[in-house]
Design a protein around this ligand. Sequence first.
Ligand SMILES: NC(=O)c1ccc[n+]([C@@H]2O[C@H](COP(=O)([O-])OP(=O)(O)OC[C@H]3O[C@@H](n4cnc5c(N)ncnc54)[C@H](OP(=O)(O)O)[C@@H]3O)[C@@H](O)[C@H]2O)c1
Length: 340
Amino acid sequence: MRAWRLVRTGGPDVLRLVEVDDPVAGPGELVVRVEHIGVNYAEVLSRKGLYGWAPKRPYTPGMEATGIVEAVGPGGDAERVGQRVMCGMQYGAYAEQVVVSAGRALPELSYLSQAENAAFAVNFMTAWVGLMEMARLRPTDRVAVTAAAGGVGTAAVMIAHALGCDVIGMAGSDEKLERVKALGAQNTVNYRDDAFERRMAEVTADGGFDVVLELVGGGVFTSCQEALAPFGRLVVAGYASLDYAIWNPLSWWKAWRGAPRMNVMKAAEASIGVMATHIGYLLPDEDRLHQVWDSLTVFATQHQLRPVVGATYPFEQLPEAHRFMESRQSVGKILVEVVD
Ligand SMILES: NC(=O)c1ccc[n+]([C@@H]2O[C@H](COP(=O)([O-])OP(=O)(O)OC[C@H]3O[C@@H](n4cnc5c(N)ncnc54)[C@H](OP(=O)(O)O)[C@@H]3O)[C@@H](O)[C@H]2O)c1
């Protein structure tokens, strides 16, 4: 089979399509023939060497794929062969076949199309864990979401809107904000606009944010933290602005230094909470994973939440999907399709 490999860090072209051995399922594992791969910003950061959870190179990146179970490992449930599943993994999804723990191959949701299923797992789990498990979102909360037009962001806007919250969508262009409004955001803020500070003052004039799902970092993180109401909760689930112009050890170190930080004394004075989450911690804890998954999928099905699929690239053009994600032009999820 073919798989994309990351041998060294750099731009999208460092990804190499190579021929590798077909995977074999061990005890408790499944082999899945991949139909769609979900592209995640974390994989862009990993490619640049800016992601702490990435494995040692060389490796095949990719945290999620959907497809059909082709084989089960020794002693496994043979009835799963042929089942359509969404697979979650730390790496390895940029391939024509993946091997995955049977417990991390979750049945697709019947109300969604194949592409929507492929766009669901990581984005909705991240938004759900950030908003519901960490911030304990309530229908009366005013919720701000940054990078609101992206994969995680659109999921968060939909979840908060479905719960009945007042949603403020924040993104880097007015065109994106129009899409965010259509998903249920009552108010929007463009953080790349000159009028950013004035607009923040306008949307918080009648009270600060009760909850923020923060995905950008840098000045956006600082402004959102300052805009929290007393008892407000800010959950950091990403820092997409982490970057360097030219790689060298100093620029790499400076990029990491720019990651969000908090001052507990200041948080105490303002009576706010700043938290951070990473859904990778759910992978080794399958009981917890299924518990969170069940609550998310019941809610999503009840409210018929449908992921936004923004673009689909052929498997052979996967580096283009990375390039598009970095361009800040994408809306919703970027998928890669594997065709036999
Ligand atoms: N904690 C977790 O477990 C977890 C899981 C999945 C994703 N994440 C994080 O959530 C965030 C969103 O991920 P995603 O996969 O859904 O990606 P995405 O939001 O679809 O795409 C990334 C977006 O980040 C924004 N951005 C801000 N500064 C940027 C910069 N300097 N360069 C490029 N983009 C920039 C852009 O939107 P604007 O132009 O509108 O700013 C861009 O469209 C990322 O930070 C990711 O690492 C965390």
